[in-house]
Design a protein around this ligand. Structure first.
Ligand SMILES: *Cc1c(COP(=O)(O)O)cnc(C)c1O
Length: 455
């Protein structure tokens, strides 16, 4: 077996807004840039670590460097007026409480809850709502353990940014697995439990085990896989190699497999450089050696990975290291969206160019895909039907399973960057799923009203 050299160990060190004057590499930038960073990071969350700073960012290429754009606050992430206002407050050494209050006003204008607060189907067991789970698609449950609500570093484009600035009430998350297990017993249509957050790999293995073991011990035959959504292999590969807790974690992965289930790491890789270091390759090798599957996904982001070469290179490296390309997402309508957005037409071009240049093994990837309220919608292409230029679209996940796989068409619009900016093609009044969505919303409202009546 080819040997990947063991990597030197590293002790985790995080940098946040308070440390901007302490990050050595930043001291080469003009004072004005650091002021701007302090201003923007009062509004949008900022957290980076020593591995990202020392190994992933090419400081000779700042500010253009993709990993720098991925993790450090940038001027363009806020409106000019908001940046000026916040810079002014920071410059005048305004008390933190006042800075926070001003930042809050801006945050609330950045569409902090793109999925909407409305839960279309609140999960219940015996009439009681279950903490920390979301059941949007029949076969897969999202599970939010309360201790997994942060990450080793934050992505500047994160669609869950609101929870990192205290805009969300994390009491929602689950402190134990018993509610989940009860729910799974009653829902035989579920095959897969996806731990998400935050990043569940932030948890100590012993804690993670307290959530995972009850699922294994319940002998739920219909559960075929346990998934962990994570950015740790990219942001902190030592979690799987030299951290004191690394071996315990890999042992837990093996136990899931021994329990007759697939352990799937849904790894968030944004750029091929994240797969270029010894540490990252060593981590992936050790994960794959446990029998786990690594499936890779990321959004397409301007300034970070909006070119086809980055994607084809990333997919090839993933396959080389035993991982499986899974989804290319479209950036959601939240936070610094205006800074990062890529129109759907361009996203499809980038995807297709990259897709055409890789072998079938890399073509397990699907995209560009929008995780929207009605479901996951993939842009299959731009074409002409009956003389009209259109987007061909398709659900790969649907709020109603009957929508999946049914092609539908939107009028071509070179600037549209999200589903709700599209119009139906051929002069139709609405998309085929909109009627169904109205019904689901009415039903959810009735259910919620009934709940509050009896509460
Ligand atoms: C993407 C997603 C899933 C998982 O879908 P797969 O296609 O099985 O990976 C589950 N729930 C929600 C809400 C999702 O967005």
């Amino acid at each position: 077996m080819p040997q990947i050299p063991d990597t030197a160990t590293r002790t985790y060190g995080a940098y946040t807004r308070r440390d901007i004057d302490r990050i050595p590499a930043l001291q080469r930038l003009p004072e004005e840039d650091r002021l701007m960073m302090k201003a923007v990071s009062a509004v949008l969350p900022f957290r980076v670590n020593n591995y990202v700073v020392e190994e992933l960012i090419d400081w000779d290429d700042v500010p253009g460097d993709p990993m720098y754009q991925l993790t450090f606050p940038q001027r363009g992430m806020l409106d000019d007026a908001d940046v000026h206002h916040m810079v002014d407050l920071v410059r005048r050494e305004t008390p933190e409480a006042e800075i926070k209050a001003e930042a809050r006003k801006i945050q609330l204008r950045l569409n902090p809850h793109p999925a909407g607060q409305m839960e279309l189907n609140v999960p219940r067991v015996d009439g009681e709502s279950v903490q920390g789970i979301q059941h949007k698609y029949d076969q897969t449950i999202l599970f939010f353990p309360s201790a997994g609500q942060t990450c080793h570093a934050y992505c500047t484009y994160c669609f869950r940014w609101a929870q990192f600035v205290g805009l969300d009430d994390m009491k929602f998350a689950a402190r134990e697995a018993s509610g989940l297990v009860d729910y799974l017993r009653e829902h035989k249509e579920v095959n897969s439990v996806l731990f998400t957050g935050g990043d569940p790999m932030i948890m100590k293995s012993a804690l993670l085990r307290r959530y995972v073991e009850p699922i294994l011990e319940a002998n739920l035959e219909h559960i075929t896989s346990i998934r962990f959504g994570t950015k740790a292999p990219a942001y902190w590969p030592y979690r799987f190699t030299t951290d004191p807790d690394a071996d315990n974690l890999l042992r837990l992965f093996e136990e899931v497999r021994e329990g007759g289930k697939n352990l799937a790491l849904m790894a968030h890789y944004s750029h091929p450089v994240e797969l270029s270091t010894d540490a990252s390759q060593h981590a992936l090798r050790r994960i794959v050696d446990t029998g786990a599957t690594v499936r890779c996904q990321a959004p397409l982001i301007r300034h970070v990975n909006d070119n086809h070469r980055a994607w084809s290179e990333m997919w090839r490296r993933q396959v080389r290291l035993g991982a499986v390309p899974y989804y290319m997402f479209v950036e959601r309508d939240t936070g610094a969206k205006a800074y990062f957005e890529v129109p759907l037409a361009r996203a499809w071009q980038i995807f297709t160019k990259a897709f055409r240049s890789v072998s079938g093994l890399e073509r397990t990837v699907r995209g560009p895909s929008m995780s929207a309220t009605p479901g996951k919608v993939v842009v299959d292409g731009v074409t002409e039907v009956a003389g009209e230029k259109v987007f061909a679209l398709r659900f790969v996940q649907g709020r109603d399973p009957a929508w999946v796989g049914r092609p539908f068409y939107a009028r071509y619009d070179p600037t549209a960057s999200w589903l709700d900016e599209l119009e139906p093609a051929f002069g139709e009044q609405e998309f085929f799923f909109e009627r169904g969505m109205r019904h689901l919303k009415i039903r959810a409202r009735h259910a919620a009203a009934e709940e509050s009546m009896w509460a």
